[in-house]
Design a protein around this ligand. Structure first.
Ligand code: NDP
Ligand code: 3PG
Length: 521
């Protein structure tokens, strides 16, 4: 059991409690939800199955607590966040242990997730005091037909109760990336953690509890998304939903009603490799990008589009590196570990078998034991194969051979998941033109897709990787392509293509605070 002395109060017998009204509680349902260890496929932890009445009560507390929190001085809010960050980092080992057991995250990566989360909390606190400390002053005569007869003062105000729903693959980091910006800007938080990853999230919430946040401001309700999810997302007490995950996000957007939505959904991150690319660099990035955490990252490389003339060489280089990957339990810090659930492994297998039937070239023999799938490179993948379009969220990398750059761009843009993409070439002019043509939230030049560092905007950017390892981030999400505007449009117009450019629905985490303005005249 992961509960050390510090975390003793968060567990009752063998069931972890849920967090509400500033303390740890048992659900009146008397029911629990098992969390299956992906490696052993046996129940490892249990969490409370919260009831609707408990959700109602949490929403009520969150509403009350938010009112006074919004009046708490910014510097005090920041101080508490810094404290929570320090406590979280102090307990990185216990929390990482949960991640290893619940989601089979390799041990080192699990520690990194916690540390990175602590840093992100502190960063949000620091940024928050600056961004929220500023307002705007407008005069009326800058608009045609007006004299200087009106003044407008605007500042940012909180939304109210933010419902945060992160996915299993970063249950701590993608929770704090919602919690910290929401709290610094004066909102309260109701967290519904993913079932796989819930115990790590509860430990993280305890760090906020220990930091001394006011009662009711932060709550964490547990239970299966399929059971309490709709009740939460359609709850009238919710003023904003910040969601990261898969298709569930689309369903939520149709049900949620008139609340701002912050959606980070799937990705079929395409990697275009040109003839002049540094193929060693490309291969190294493909392997890291596609197989780290067994491909269970929204930013994992999910399809390689390589020019035919260099395809054989690139495939060989990738294969040589795949052969060196370690496969096994997360405790041993293996590169490839069991995928999160049996159904996930079955889904991945379905994609692999479809590719086999349709004639893809298997560079390795397909091998699976339980939830553990060995890394697999599929060459000569064609557009009629499911793997060309669907997101395996597993250690399988399809390679499509292309005869022109346009063909690669066309495939990338025809995808429903335009989260990130990358291009490998030594020609910076071509790189910029291709980046511009790729309809993805982010394009990395000469590097695999990735989210971090966590203060970079997560969309509408080009990240240029210089040979000296410097990174340059070009662009930011203040343009009219930002989800802030798109989201407004999506709230009132029919969505034409549900999943097209799903990343554009996503937003830079810190923008949560800029959604509402008040105008005093
Ligand atoms: N764009 C981005 O930034 C990222 C996107 N992702 C995407 O997430 C997916 C993998 O994550 P995964 O956790 O499997 O995604 P899911 O969409 O299955 O689940 C995400 C969260 O939604 C909850 N949930 C399930 N049903 C409902 C419901 N009806 N109402 C409300 N919440 C519900 C889940 O809870 P429970 O676990 O209890 O079912 C979980 O907390 C991939 O598609 C990946 O690309 C992942 C990371 C980042
Ligand atoms: O959840 C994900 O998959 C992430 O947002 C990707 O983050 P990473 O690129 O840092 O792994």
């Amino acid at each position: 059991m992961a509960a050390t002395e510090t975390f003793g109060e968060i567990i009752d017998g063998d069931v972890f409690k849920y967090y509400a009204h500033g303390c740890w509680n048992k659900s009146s349902s008397g029911k629990s939800v098992p969390i299956i260890n992906p490696s052993t496929r046996k129940p490892h932890f249990k969490v409370q199955a919260c009831t609707r009445e408990e959700v109602d009560s949490v929403m009520e507390s969150a509403k009350t607590a938010q009112k006074s929190w919004a009046k708490t001085p910014l510097w005090k809010r920041a101080e508490l966040l810094h404290k929570a960050a320090a406590i979280l980092k102090e307990h990185k080992a216990s929390i990482a242990e949960c991640l290893v057991k619940e989601i089979a995250k390799p041990a080192k990566d699990a520690v990194t997730e916690v540390v990175r989360s602590g840093d992100l909390i502190s960063y949000c606190a620091e940024e928050g005091v600056r961004i929220l400390g500023e307002g705007k002053f407008l005069v009326s005569d800058s608009f045609p037909g007006n004299d200087r007869t009106k003044y407008c003062l605007s500042s940012k105000i909180p939304l109210g109760v933010v419902l945060a729903i992160p996915p299993f693959n970063y249950p701590v980091n993608l929770a704090v990336s919602k919690i910290a910006p929401a709290l610094i800007s004066g909102n309260s938080i109701v967290l519904k953690p993913p079932t796989q990853g819930a115990v790590a999230a509860l430990h993280m919430v305890h760090c906020f509890h220990l930091a001394g946040f006011p009662q009711g401001l932060i709550s964490c309700v547990t239970g299966k998304g399929s059971e309490i999810g709709d009740f939460l997302t359609m709850h009238p007490g919710v003023n904003c939903i910040s969601f990261t995950g898969g298709d569930t996000g689309i369903a939520i957007s149709k049900k949620a009603g008139m609340v701002p939505l912050q959606m980070e959904l799937g990705g079929k991150d395409a990697c275009i490799v040109l003839e002049d690319a540094d193929l060693d660099l490309a291969a190294a990035n493909m392997v890291k990008g596609a197989f780290s955490y067994s491909g269970q990252r929204c930013t994992a490389v999910k399809v390689v589009l390589v020019m035919e003339s260099v395809a054989n060489t690139l495939v060989k280089k990738i294969n040589d590196k795949v052969a060196k990957l370690t496969v096994g339990p997360p405790e041993n810090d293996c590169d490839v570990t069991p995928v999160v659930t049996e159904s996930s492994a079955n889904f991945i297998e379905g994609l692999v078998m479809d590719a086999k039937e349709k004639g893809a070239t298997f560079c390795q023999e397909y091998r699976r034991e339980g939830n553990l799938i060995w890394p697999l490179l599929l060459d000569n993948v064609r557009p009629d194969m499911r793997i060309a379009w669907e997101e395996p969220f597993g250690p399988v990398l399809p390679v499509i051979r292309i005869n022109s750059v346009e063909e690669g761009i066309h495939h990338c843009n025809a995808s429903n998941f335009g989260l990130q993409g990358c291009v490998f070439t030594k020609d910076i002019n071509k790189a910029m033109l291709i980046s511009d043509a790729m309809e993805t939230g982010t394009v990395q030049i000469n590097s695999a897709p990735s989210r971090g560092p966590d203060h970079f905007p997560f969309q509408v950017k080009i990240v240029l990787h210089l040979p000296s390892c410097h990174k340059i981030c070009v662009g930011c999400n203040t343009s009219c392509r930002t989800p802030f505007y798109r989201k407004q449009i999506q709230r009132f117009l029919p969505i034409k293509k549900d999943r097209k450019n799903s990343s554009f629905i996503s937003t830079h985490h810190h923008e949560l605070m800029t959604l509402v303005y008040i105008h005093i005249q």
